[in-house]
Design a protein. Structure first.
Ligand code: NAP
Length: 251
């Protein structure tokens, strides 16, 4: 890696966890290619503040994206970016009873196919001595299965099992790891109160924050001898028993 100013693509960088990861990487001397589908005020403000952030507007559901983007970035920056953090995701509620081919395909494309295509296309663009690191954001849910968010969960299960395979197939050029967050921000229309109740049922209690996820991503990008790992950062949510949830649910 370029020790002076490593270059990372962050997908979903415009808000929430992707934005927190972007901020943490910037604070640690990274230059960021922030890939967003739509502009965000917070990201525009970060770029306007003079930080090394370049905004790329792109829909990553497009199958050609990565095979086209890596060569373009190499041309523009004079080198292939050393890292990718895949924080973009589709997260829509469905169940086995309500899901559809379209829902399964849409979640799979953004949450899983895009990461695998990015890694494969990066490999095809990399010179013999190139080294890099990719981190995919997964979900603690892959370790504590429950049947809601059916299409989303299937896509994240695919993503989780692809990590050791990609790490093996793409070594030594590319390290591939994952971070599995627990509930870190309110999601799916959750109220602040509902979010705090849910977090306080974690074995380690409430308080998991976007910077905790970003710190784990940074660790995996910097630790040159780790590959094929999925680190769960969730306050123990994946260890939670149904009893924990019921005992702390609002009356
Ligand atoms: N937040 C949590 O508590 C939590 C818990 C467990 C796992 N995770 C995982 O952590 C990651 C980040 O979570 P989050 O809550 O910050 O994610 P999020 O709000 O669900 O989505 C992040 C971004 O994905 C982008 N995106 C969606 N479809 C796209 C497409 N076709 N092309 C380009 N960008 C697209 C969206 O960008 P635009 O706004 O530009 O459309 C959005 O800003 C996700 O992988 C999520 O599954 C999060």
């Amino acid at each position: 890696m370029n020790a002076q100013h490593p270059l990372a693509v962050v997908t979903g960088a415009g808000k929430r966890l992707g934005l927190a990861i972007t901020r943490t990487l910037l604070e640690n001397n990274w230059e960021i290619l922030a890939l967003v589908r739509q502009p965000s005020t917070a990201l525009d403000a970060l770029a306007a503040s003079g930080r090394p952030v370049h905004i790329i507007e792109q829909d990553i559901a497009d199958p050609a994206v990565w095979f086209d983007l890596w060569p373009r970035l190499r041309e523009r920056f004079g080198r292939l970016p050393e890292a990718l953090v895949h924080a973009a995701s589709l997260f829509e509620h469905d169940t086995a009873d309500t899901s559809s081919w379209a829902a399964i395909e849409a979640h799979r494309r953004i949450n899983y196919d895009s990461f695998v295509a990015a890694a494969s296309a990066w490999m095809q663009c990399a010179d013999t001595m190139q080294r890099g690191a990719f981190v995919a954001l997964v979900d603690q849910k892959v370790q504590r299965l429950n049947p809601d968010h059916y299409a989303y969960t299937l896509s994240k299960l695919n993503l989780a099992v692809s990590i050791p395979f990609l790490a093996q197939a793409l070594a030594p050029k590319l390290r591939v790891n994952g971070v599995a967050p627990g509930l870190t921000l309110p999601s799916g229309g959750q109220t602040e109160a509902g979010f705090h109740t849910a977090q306080s049922a974690f074995p380690l209690g409430a308080g998991l924050a976007p910077t905790d996820i970003a710190d784990a991503v940074l660790f995996l990008l910097q630790q040159r001898w780790i590959t094929g790992q999925l680190i769960t950062v969730d306050g123990g949510q994946h260890l939670q028993s149904d009893c924990d949830v019921l005992l702390r649910a609002p009356s």
